[in-house]
Design a protein around this ligand. Structure first.
Ligand code: PAZ
Length: 310
């Protein structure tokens, strides 16, 4: 039944025209990897669900993309090759500290009677080392960045990347930090044109359908030998662990990392079938600029090694 849901979803939402380009890039990237290098897919950012076919309005999932971008960096630094599937214009590895209003990066310098804009002195070293790191990772074929916007693009790309990574068997790791919509408006129910307001309309009623649970297909058939780590975001702490456990039980993968919206940057819980381990940044960590993704990624790599030893 669930399998039929997924097949129907892909029939009703045909592949984006960019899919073969993504497929080729992924294949080339995997071919370039040395035998001993592990490969991780890091997903990041929120998916967008259109309300109209000629889209004016949409429903978005919250995510700035910091978790994904920071984690991708730590995986690269630990020697992994990273496929970074990210929401277009969300944060990106190595240059994530320079996002935001770009005019903030520059200062005006007066030289004699003329003036010119230059990068602020305080940012020069950081910019230099970030761009060096990025260049280094790209030269070593350790980073492939693939943008998506729509939920349908995300799901098609996820499937295609998983199929590409299948040949790596247990060397592949999936680190699913993107915030993926649970609901969508099926194409056949979607308004062709901009939904109209006007006289007599005092409310807008939308009917959305659940998105098939693709994690099941990833675990069962797209990437059965890979280590699969998903994230669970909640806003109510009373249900967080229970929901993470339910996901683990339902999809039968290896780890759910649970976090609350308000504390996600300093606390996460690692939920595995028979235990829960909380990871909190200490006051010292925070003072020293340690990021929680540094610890999360180390734990995930440890788990990947352990899985491949057994
Ligand atoms: O992108 P960000 O750093 O602002 O937030 C990260 C996060 C909360 C989106 C991520 O840790 C997460 O929980 N992703 C899964 C969300 C979900 O339950 O669908």
């Amino acid at each position: 039944m669930e399998n039929e849901d997924a097949i129907r979803f892909f029939i009703e939402n045909p592949a984006p025209s960019t899919l073969s380009n993504v497929e080729n890039k992924v294949k080339r990237f995997i071919d370039l990897q040395p035998e001993e290098r592990n490969v991780v897919l890091v997903t990041s950012g929120g998916t967008l669900v259109p309300m109209e076919k000629n889209m004016v309005r949409y429903i978005d999932n919250f995510s700035a993309g910091n978790r994904g971008a920071a984690s991708a960096e730590y995986f690269c630094k630990a020697g992994y090759a990273v496929i970074f599937l990210y929401r277009n214009y969300s944060l990106m590895p190595f240059v994530r500290h320079f996002e935001g209003p770009w005019t903030n990066l520059f200062t005006k310098r007066n030289v004699g009677s003329s003036s010119s804009w230059e990068i602020k002195d305080s940012l020069k070293d950081m910019l230099n080392s970030s761009l060096e790191d990025l260049e280094h990772m790209e030269k070593r074929s350790q980073l492939l960045c693939l943008p998506y916007t729509m939920l349908t693009e995300y799901l098609w790309y996820l499937k295609t990347i998983a199929e590409g990574l299948k040949c790596l068997r247990s060397r592949a790791l999936f680190y699913l930090a993107a915030a993926v919509s649970d609901f969508h408006i099926p194409a056949q129910d979607m308004s062709e044109h901009k939904i109209q307001s006007g006289a007599g309309k005092d409310k807008l009623e939308l009917s959305m359908r659940p998105v098939p649970k693709f994690l099941r297909y990833l675990v069962d058939s797209w990437a059965p030998e890979a280590l699969i780590i998903s994230f669970k975001l909640e806003t109510d702490e009373n249900i967080l662990i229970q929901k993470a456990r339910a996901a683990l039980h339902r999809y039968n993968h290896q780890l759910v990392i649970a976090n609350l919206l308000t504390t996600r940057k300093k606390s996460v819980a690692f939920v595995i079938p028979d235990s829960v381990m909380w990871l909190h940044l200490s006051e010292d960590d925070l003072k020293n600029g340690i990021e929680i993704e540094d610890y999360i990624v180390s734990q995930c790599i440890k788990l990947h090694k352990e899985k491949n030893l057994t």
